[in-house]
Design a protein around this ligand. Structure first.
Ligand SMILES: [Zn+2]
Ligand SMILES: [Zn+2]
Length: 255
């Protein structure tokens, strides 16, 4: 993970509230395109607006990854401030970790995230590392929006699950049941990515059941009832995989 600085100098009398609102929208658009990890605060100094976002790659803020909304917000800010938006590489996070997918081609993808939201929700099925959303060229702005929207809902459910007090059971069902509203929206995102990349995309079903490991291993694919237990764990995380329904899951850590 890398730390970057995004800043613009204000060389005009333009309304500061409008400028700050536009800057905040730019930051959220960059988060949607996967170019920054999101959640960062922005600051006003005497004559500058600044943000220090985290990125998955050193060049995540390269303009070649911008979608049209990012470009529009930058153009507005530059016109209104009478200055150019600057991006600057600050440094690499400690401990150093650079586990972004470097594969040229992908056998498959997995849609996966957790409450920690430490990375891209699209995992490479060839190497198991995250693929920054902006690297999947075929995705439209709407697709990026749908991915971010599913990711936000999943993280909200996982937070309820981790909180263990309000809505825990409901949240676990949303994450484990292939027919839940959350899973339906995730599976729709998977189908869309598969359609445009022509690569199979698997959807992860959370598994936290109070059952024995023997019973857990006997579980069948919840959609087609076929056998889906793998001989060997896939990508170090998935014990179950149904190629027909494009579903993956793990053995319960609770058993
Ligand atoms: Zn890869
Ligand atoms: Zn199946």
């Amino acid at each position: 993970m890398y730390q970057q600085k995004i800043a613009i100098t204000i060389n005009s009398d333009f309304d500061k509230e409008k400028l700050s609102a536009e800057f905040v929208i730019l930051i959220s658009e960059l988060s949607r395109s996967g170019q920054i990890m999101g959640g960062e605060s922005s600051y006003f100094t005497e004559n500058e607006i600044i943000c220090y976002p985290n990125t998955l790659e050193m060049d995540s803020l390269d303009t070649k990854y911008n979608n049209k909304w990012v470009d529009l917000r930058i153009k507005n800010l530059e016109d209104w401030c009478n200055a150019e938006l600057r991006t600057e590489f600050v440094g690499e996070h400690i401990p150093l970790s650079n586990d972004v997918c470097k594969c040229n081609t992908h056998d498959s993808y997995v849609l996966f995230t957790t409450f920690l939201k430490e990375n891209s929700p699209v995992i490479c099925g060839s190497c198991g590392s995250p693929v920054p959303v902006y690297r999947i060229n075929e995705l439209t702005d709407k697709d990026q929006y749908d991915i971010q929207s599913w990711e936000g809902d999943y993280i909200s459910c996982d937070n309820l699950n981790m909180g263990c007090s309000v809505g825990e059971k409901w949240a676990i069902k949303q994450m484990s049941d292939a027919t839940s509203q959350l899973s339906k929206s995730g599976l729709k995102v998977c189908s869309r990515i598969a359609e445009i990349t022509e690569v199979p995309v698997y959807y992860y079903l959370f598994n936290y059941r109070r059952i024995s490991i023997v019973k857990d291993k006997l579980r069948r694919c919840p959609t087609c009832n076929g056998k889906w237990l793998l001989q060997e764990r896939w990508l170090g995380l998935y014990d179950f995989k149904c190629d027909k329904c494009k579903l993956v899951s793990s053995l319960s850590s609770r058993s």
